[in-house]
Design a binder for this molecule. Structure first.
Ligand code: SF4
Length: 140
């Protein structure tokens, strides 16, 4: 039986971990007609049970730390975490400020990092392609 190829069928669960929402605006563009990632077989899903990968934004707020960890634990293996934006990568303006953490992607051991404040939809799409390639490697 052939293995699933994640490059053509990807469930994406997005976690907002203290983002300013700038990264979310660019993420939202991926679902809009100009980018329309559904044509690639990629979908934003509402549950980690339906997800193949997690995208995370923000420095990791204290309020989200436990929920983010539980979401990662609830996602079936193999799973890849994609850090979207400088904050999630640990290099953003808000990292370490007040109760903010060291970067959501840093704390969840992201395998793919998309830099930018915010990153462009094209850059995020490239990050998702890299994550799909990683998933295919882990699934073989
Ligand atoms: S990387 Fe920039 S746009 Fe994204 S959450 Fe941080 S400050 Fe906002």
């Amino acid at each position: 039986m052939s293995q699933k190829s994640f490059a053509r069928s990807l469930g994406i669960r997005h976690l907002v971990c203290g983002s300013c929402n700038g990264c979310e605006l660019e993420m939202n563009a991926l679902a809009a007609p100009q980018y329309d990632i559904s044509q690639e077989g990629w979908n934003i899903v509402a549950s980690p049970r339906h997800a193949d990968l997690l995208t995370v934004t923000g420095p990791m707020s204290e309020a989200m730390r436990l929920a983010a960890r539980r979401t990662l634990d609830a996602t079936a293996e193999p799973v890849v975490v994609v850090a979207v934006g400088d904050c999630a990568s640990g290099e953003g303006t808000w990292c370490g400020a007040g109760s903010a953490g060291a970067g959501a992607g840093q704390e969840l051991q992201a395998s793919v990092v998309v830099r930018g404040c915010p990153p462009s939809p094209d850059a995020i799409r490239e990050g998702l392609r890299a994550a799909a390639t990683l998933l295919d490697g882990r699934n073989s």
